[in-house]
Design a protein around this ligand. Structure first.
Ligand code: G6P
Length: 616
């Protein structure tokens, strides 16, 4: 959700803030605003509903004074619609304090009443303004911005990252966080704050993550972190693994086009350095201990959205290779249903951002219940890895387009690595087979490049479908999560009603939806595997064709049955069954993007969505 950036230094803070907001815009894009302190201690704010560009154009037409201290915000509305008035910053202390916020203040109603009773008036419908007015009042009492924010943060319930500046304290930005992200960027004579490292990676790759219930005060030459009780906190620095160019479009028409093109690389980088003598080694699992890895009797994968579909694929692989039962749960369902956990349960969270609130809460819940948590995550310095017992990073690089693509294949890769490592530790597969499987996983990037080459006809297919109202996706076994992912991408990007079904379920309901002209994508398993479900899926194609459906099959190269029965075939290279989904999903990513583009939609920032869902 909302993107946050803060800066103190010698530069024109407005340029730094707008640059940071541009990189964070994927977090929220219904309004944006900035507050800048000029050298005379005057606070200048500007905020506008709409995408960041509206604010940038407004500032170009009517500039505000420059200064070396400032905060900026891109919003994803929760309390109050996306209007100029509800955009951040919000003001306190008679307009001398500006505050921005990511998250939801759950107890804002009684606090608002308290402020109304005390004579305050409100300019907006947001929960954030409550915090701004409270910090303003606390500042009048304490005369210190850090103390004022600390005082108020302790009273707030829910999730929040807050940044504040005060006209009396030029050269100071103060931040606080609970269940919502905030990272420090360490510069030379300048320091930064951001919702994630993208906010400042253009200027520095030295970063420090801030823990739960902590406050940070940045000045040009110092950074201080304390907890909500006021005690100093020790921090540790890390180096951001990618540079600014990795989070730029680099000539592509959209971030999504670039990120889909990076799917082979995302898999290759996630595999890098994780194989020894042909088998998988994951030293990152050491904090869990080999004894636990041998003893676990159950794995529960928790995730949301696309990451949950990656988890479903992980289930097939881990059960098959390591013979451990795996359940996959949506994070928001998991923690509200009294799940059965023990010290032999391994909970595996999967999250690109490492900030999805529901997943973060589920991780905290699982650990409170005595389970160990391993996180699979793409974002250094994010909250979920910090709250986990161990972390395996996916190295997909920064993902900016809101709908996840390259992170998905990297997540599947990481889960497969986990399955292969567990199989080694538990001795469920002999070494030769593990080497063969590991080799196949290493072949995936090159095959993905071929899939992308073979996807050249998809734009034409998409143009032909721009008036389509509904698309179904069918798959069996590992083709089922692929069908779900294909349907999700089409909903998210092209706003077309789409559903993914397990093909075996067809006759139990979905077939009633088939009428002449209905478009159905079918993920066809390889015919070469003796245990393959290929004949059954080909029968499904015939059943829906007989009722007038138009079938687009994603099928192995040279699959004569698919060619005979489907209207269109998108070929994928040969692979054994568990590796097919990594190949089959890519044409569906391309299709979702191309259909959205053909409809003239913004594929990077679909309506109503945000990339990091940091509210429940
Ligand atoms: C949002 C994004 C999805 C993503 C999901 C989970 O809904 O739009 O693309 O799959 O969150 O995000 P995570 O960061 O936890 O993987």
């Amino acid at each position: 959700m909302c993107g946050i950036v803060g800066y103190v230094g010698n530069d024109n803070s407005l340029d730094v803030l707008l640059g940071g907001l541009k990189r964070l815009e994927y977090r929220g894009y219904d309004s944006a605003g900035v507050a800048v302190l000029d050298p005379h201690g005057t606070l200048h704010t500007r905020k506008r509903a709409g995408k960041l560009k509206v604010l940038v154009d407004d500032l170009a037409t009517t500039p505000i004074a420059s200064g070396s201290t400032g905060i900026g915000h891109t919003r994803w509305a929760t309390h109050g619609g996306p209007t100029d008035g509800n955009a951040h910053p919000h003001l306190g202390d008679g307009g001398r304090l500006a505050l921005i916020h990511n998250g939801i203040i759950e107890n804002y109603a009684p606090l608002k009443q308290e402020l109304l009773d005390a004579g305050d008036t409100f300019e907006s419908e947001t929960d954030t303004e409550v915090a701004a007015l409270l910090v303003g009042r606390a500042y009048r009492e304490t005369g210190d911005l850090t103390e004022a924010l600390r005082h108020v943060a302790g009273r707030l319930e829910g999730a929040f990252t807050l940044l504040a500046v005060h006209a009396d304290q030029p050269g100071v930005v103060v931040g606080a966080r609970r269940n919502s992200p905030l990272v420090i960027g360490l510069g030379d004579g300048e320091n930064f704050l951001g919702s994630d490292v993208a906010a400042f990676v253009e200027f520095t790759r030295r970063a420090v993550a801030i823990g739960q219930d902590q406050l940070v005060t940045i000045r040009p030459d110092s950074v201080e972190v304390i907890d909500f009780a006021g005690n100093p906190v020790e921090t540790s620095e890390f180096e951001v693994a990618w540079d600014a160019s990795a989070s730029e479009k680099g000539g592509w028409s959209s971030f999504m086009a670039k990120e889909i093109s990076e799917e082979p690389e995302a898999v290759a980088n996630t595999l890098l350095g994780r194989t020894e003598d042909g088998v998988v080694v994951l030293p990152e699992l050491e904090p869990l201990g080999d004894a636990l890895l041998r003893d676990i009797d159950r794995i529960i994968v928790i995730a949301c959205g696309t990451a949950a579909y990656a988890g479903m694929l992980g289930k097939y692989a881990i059960e098959s290779w390591a013979r451990i039962p795996v359940d996959v749960e949506l994070s928001h369902e998991f923690r509200y249903r009294d799940p059965v956990l023990s010290d032999r349960t391994l909970v595996v969270s999967v999250s690109q951002s490492g900030e999805t609130m529901d997943t973060l809460m589920a991780v905290q819940y699982a650990r409170q219940q005595g389970a160990k948590v391993l996180s699979i995550c793409n974002t250094q310095g994010s909250s979920i890895p910090r709250e986990s017992d161990a972390v395996v990073y996916t190295h997909a690089g920064p993902e900016v387009a809101v709908a996840s693509t390259k992170a998905f294949v990297a997540q599947v890769t990481a889960l497969y690595l986990l399955g292969l490592h567990l199989a080694l530790v538990r001795g469920t597969q002999d070494r030769a087979r593990l080497q063969k499987l590991t080799g196949e996983l290493h072949d995936v990037p090159a095959k993905l490049s071929k899939v992308l080459e073979a996807s050249a006809g998809i734009p034409q297919l998409a143009r032909w479908m721009t008036d389509t109202q509904s698309v179904l996706f069918l798959g069996r076994h590992v083709g089922y999560p692929v069908a779900l992912e294909g349907a999700l991408k089409l909903k998210e990007l092209a706003y077309i009603h789409s559903e993914g079904f397990a093909a075996g379920e067809l006759k139990h309901g979905p077939i009633a939806l088939i009428e002449p002209g209905q478009i159905v994508f079918v993920i066809v398993p390889s015919p070469r595997d003796p245990k393959s479900l290929h004949p059954k899926v080909i029968s499904n194609i015939q059943e829906i064709k007989a009722r007038g459906a138009r079938v687009v099959a994603i099928a192995e190269q040279g699959d004569v049955d698919a060619i005979q029965h489907a209207d269109e075939v998108i070929p994928i290279p040969l692979a054994s069954p568990l590796f097919e989904p990594l190949l089959a999903v890519v044409p569906l990513h391309v299709f979702g993007m191309e259909l959205a583009s053909a409809k003239g939609l913004d594929v990077d920032q679909p309506r109503n969505l945000a990339k990091s869902v940091t509210v429940e």
